[in-house]
Ligand binder design. Structure first.
Ligand code: ADP
Ligand code: MG
Length: 352
């Protein structure tokens, strides 16, 4: 089992002929955004700790942008841990609370992904996460005993989902929805656009992309997958999306270095330490951004083999995995929708 290729022999098929390099027109920014000259973008910073950018065509009224930002802000007000008065902070403080239907449903969804990922995705990782961060910064290597102690408070099965939207936690447990709430807020913002008659737009929420409809010319949106090698820039491949979320999790997004080791913000709930595998990033494509967000975190923790196996077992999800050997693995449903643009990477299809 030590050798990845032993596990994967027979699973992988190389498809060099389908891809060609250098076809993308944009020089910078998200390739999806380069595709229409009359696109207008508006950004709002500070919602769930990152920037939400909505790009839509010329005639979208200002009030529509404002309502979308406000819808995302409502999610922040409920679920942010950076706000002591958010519903989630109050639940964590008191150990039990009747919450809004939105928070209840999202925690329930999170529990489902904990089950599917056999605990790789677990929102009760909050107690350990808290040891790793001071305020909103991610700058502290906690002593091993502290991590061991906090690990006793991890385990989604200990959350009680009761009637009347009541959630009860065991003493000391902390729920952290950081791995799913941004995706959810992205869905809410996309829904707000739809309800106001906007049929073509692209949302970028700190790496969670949502492609609403198609571009003005009827072509799909081109969404770039970022080069996840630490210190690298640019995009390595492009996925053509329409009415789909494309969400990436990677250790390159938030991290710090100490004693020559790089520590990032996606924890393995079994060890309490940053997840370690050959993966540099995991990207999930699905109809809903919340689901893709949970699964991208889950797959990043699970690693290439288990993550790909999980995706292949689910309907409606595809994945793109990038390894530290500059390999891109994509799930079988993606086919020709993926285009390699950095030829220093090799690309493989996962097949069962
Ligand atoms: P990002 O928020 O950078 O896009 P993710 O979606 O992968 O990346 O979410 C990472 C966040 O999720 C962390 O900042 C933390 O709040 C939370 N988290 C970390 N590890 C886990 C995990 N194993 N399961 C669930 N949530 C996690
Ligand atoms: Mg996530």
């Amino acid at each position: 089992m030590g050798c990845r290729y032993c596990v994967w022999k027979g699973w992988l098929r190389m498809l060099p002929a389908i891809f060609s390099a250098g076809l993308i027109a944009s020089g910078c920014g998200n390739p999806g955004l380069s595709a229409g000259s009359s696109l207008n973008s508006q950004s709002r910073a500070g919602i769930l700790g990152t920037v939400l950018t909505i790009s839509s065509y010329g005639d979208t009224p200002q009030s529509v942008y404002d309502e979308c930002f406000s819808a995302a802000q409502d999610v922040e007000n409920l679920m942010s841990l950076n706000r002591p008065d958010s519903e989630l902070s109050r639940l964590n403080q008191s150990g039990e609370l009747s919450v809004s239907g939105q928070t209840y449903a999202l925690v329930q969804k999170a529990l489902e992904y904990s089950r599917l990922s056999e605990g790789a995705f677990d929102v009760t990782v909050g107690a350990v996460m808290q040891r790793w961060r001071i305020g909103a910064d991610f700058i502290r290597l906690p002593p091993r005993e502290e991590i061991q102690g906090a690990l006793l408070l991890v385990g989604s099965e200990k959350i009680k989902m009761e009637q009347n939207n009541r959630i009860a936690l065991e003493k000391g447990m902390l729920i952290d929805l950081g791995g799913i709430a941004k995706g959810y807020a992205c869905d809410i913002a996309a829904q707000a656009l739809r309800e106001r008659g906007v049929q073509r737009a692209i949302l970028d929420y700190g790496g969670n992309i949502y492609a609403l409809g198609e571009k003005a010319d009827g072509e799909k949106w081109r969404v770039g997958i970022r080069n996840p090698v630490l210190g690298a820039d640019g995009y390595i491949c492009v996925y053509e999306a329409s009415d789909q979320a494309v969400v990436t999790s990677g250790g390159y997004e938030r991290n710090f270095e100490q004693g020559g080791v790089t520590y990032h913000h996606i924890l393995d709930p079994k060890t309490g330490y940053p997840a370690q595998s050959s993966l540099l990033s995991a990207t999930i494509i699905s109809k809903l951004s919340a689901d893709a967000d949970a699964l991208s975190t889950a797959c990043f923790v699970m690693g290439l083999e288990r993550g790909a196996e999980l995706l292949e077992s689910l309907d409606g999800f595809e994945g793109i995995f990038v390894t530290d050997a500059k390999e891109i693995f994509f799930t079988s449903g993606l086919g020709g929708a993926l285009e390699l643009i950095d030829s220093s990477f090799s690309i493989f299809e996962v097949s069962q």
